[in-house]
Design a protein around this ligand. Structure first.
Ligand SMILES: *Cc1c(COP(=O)(O)O)cnc(C)c1O
Length: 379
């Protein structure tokens, strides 16, 4: 992150805190004064408020988004001896969660327009699984950058194969597809509450949601040593709890989430207009999706030069993500890919560039960024 004062940072979690300082400070004081610091009243209230906001029967707070995915897999009994299909163009956390539970990830290529899983490839591997892999038991659909995957064909393919579809909503809090919120259509959904996410704690946090009440109860036990009763493990568990200070902060922020997403869309519309007629096309919207612009991502083949030019004009940029998971040292030559390989994933990693995007961007900052974007058309 660039901290020189003249450069508008690509992300700015401190601005989110300052915008709500009094409410957040009061929430922190309330949690600290309660004398109860982990899995207490604040967590319980946050789970209820989050489930009500999302529209699911249950929500379960946990330590982070990676754990939310792993807890869902554990709750479904998916681990060693199972394959889980997902993408390589994602935060490494998606793939790390699959391996944390002992399952084998199978990484599929993306649609080049929306950067999300190619649904035809998912259908193909479910119908005709690659040889030598354990049976595919689940698919994790990553709603990357704040918009939906092409979810319906993926849900259909999973239903035909008798496989669970899990939604990775870490970048898609509040996004919709044909009027329905993401995170309500699969078997379960994982949300990260990392500080820069659309709903962020001021530390680590995660929450998972499902309409399957039994699954939610099982996961709530697994997140704390498998306890249904204090000190007695009836299930094999882990420790992945949400602390009360973070839960209180999240309760202060949740009522602002929809307005924050609306502001992100307004900023995106300003960027769209500034890019019109220039060399770089605005992001393609998945049909029927209501985007929440966790990131506003352009495809820029001459990325280094464009990043340097924008930086010289005071505009910070980011790359989400520069190296696909299957080419990172920990995974290279080890993690299986779909039969079509990952050509579009590799091209995206070379070309994607994210502009500054957070609700606290001031009008004057958005105007400066737009002026710099209009300048890219004049060389
Ligand atoms: C942030 C993120 C995660 C992981 O969340 P953590 O809270 O950092 O563990 C998982 N998947 C995606 C797509 C993410 O962006």
């Amino acid at each position: 992150m660039d901290h020189s004062p003249s450069v508008i940072p690509q992300a700015d979690p401190g601005a989110g805190y300052r915008a709500q300082k009094d409410e957040i400070d009061a929430a922190v004081a309330r949690a600290l004064g309660s004398g109860w610091y982990i899995l207490g009243r604040e967590n319980e209230a946050f789970e209820g408020e989050f489930a009500a906001w999302l529209g699911t029967a249950r929500a379960v707070g946990c330590a982070n988004g990676t754990d939310a995915l792993a807890l869902i897999l554990r709750g479904m009994g998916i681990g060693q001896g199972a394959t889980v299909a997902t993408v390589s163009h994602t935060a490494v956390a998606t793939v790390a969660a699959i391996e944390m539970v002992g399952a084998t990830p199978l990484l599929l290529d993306i649609d080049p327009d929306t950067y999300t899983m190619d649904p035809d490839e998912l259908a193909a591997v479910l119908e005709d699984p690659p040889p030598g892999l354990p049976p595919i038991r689940a698919a994790i659909a990553v709603h990357l950058y704040g918009q939906s995957c092409d979810l319906h064909p993926m849900l259909d393919a999973c239903a035909r194969a008798g496989v669970s579809l899990i939604e990775d909503c870490a970048q898609a809090h509040g996004a919709k597809l044909h009027g329905r919120k993401l995170g309500t259509m699969g078997a379960a959904a994982a949300f990260s509450l990392y500080p820069t996410k659309n709903l962020g704690a001021l530390g680590d946090g995660g929450v998972l949601a499902t309409n399957d009440v039994e699954l939610a109860d099982r996961i709530a036990a697994i997140r704390q040593y498998g306890w249904r009763e204090r000190y007695i493990s009836s299930l094999v568990g882990v420790n992945s709890r949400l602390d009360e200070v973070q839960a209180a902060i999240l309760r202060a922020r949740l009522p602002r989430l929809d307005a924050g997403n609306a502001r992100r869309r307004e900023i995106a519309a300003a960027y769209d207009a500034a890019l019109a007629g220039g060399p770089y096309a605005p992001p393609v919207r998945q049909e029927g999706t209501e985007h929440v612009f966790h990131q506003y991502v352009l495809r820029v083949p001459d990325r280094d030069a464009v990043q340097a030019r924008l930086k010289a004009e005071g505009v910070g940029t980011g790359v989400h993500y520069p190296v696909p998971v299957h080419l990172q040292g920990a995974y290279v030559d080890r993690v299986p890919l779909g039969p079509a390989g990952c050509k579009e994933t590799e091209r995206a990693a070379r070309e994607v560039m994210s502009l500054p995007m957070y609700p606290e961007l001031a009008g004057e900052q958005v105007e400066r960024i737009c002026a710099a974007l209009r300048g890219l058309g004049r060389r």
